[in-house]
Design a protein around this ligand. Structure first.
Ligand SMILES: [Zn+2]
Length: 85
């Protein structure tokens, strides 16, 4: 019986192809490990008018050296991040 599946709308999936952004964490050491942040880009409005883009961050794990760069949850910022330039 797949009547329920036939009635599902895929539009919600199309809107978020990458899924929910996650807070930075080392893929080897796991969450809670100290990270050194190299770059942080606050949320911005997309130039093509598609809406607000989540912030993104680049980081290195201080324990194993693993690096990462991806979008992070809206409102997230590195610890000690200052907004004045
Ligand atoms: Zn690590």
């Amino acid at each position: 019986m797949t009547l329920a599946d036939a009635g599902r709308r895929p539009s919600d999936h199309d809107r978020m192809p990458e899924g929910q952004p996650k807070a930075p964490a080392c893929g080897r050491c796991g969450p809670g490990t100290s990270l050194s942040f190299l770059d942080y880009i606050p949320e911005v409005y997309a130039t093509d008018g598609s809406g607000l883009l989540p912030p993104s961050a680049s980081y290195t794990c201080v324990r194993c050296g693993e690096t990462g760069s991806h979008r992070v949850p809206t409102g997230w910022a590195p610890p000690g991040w200052h907004w004045y330039s």
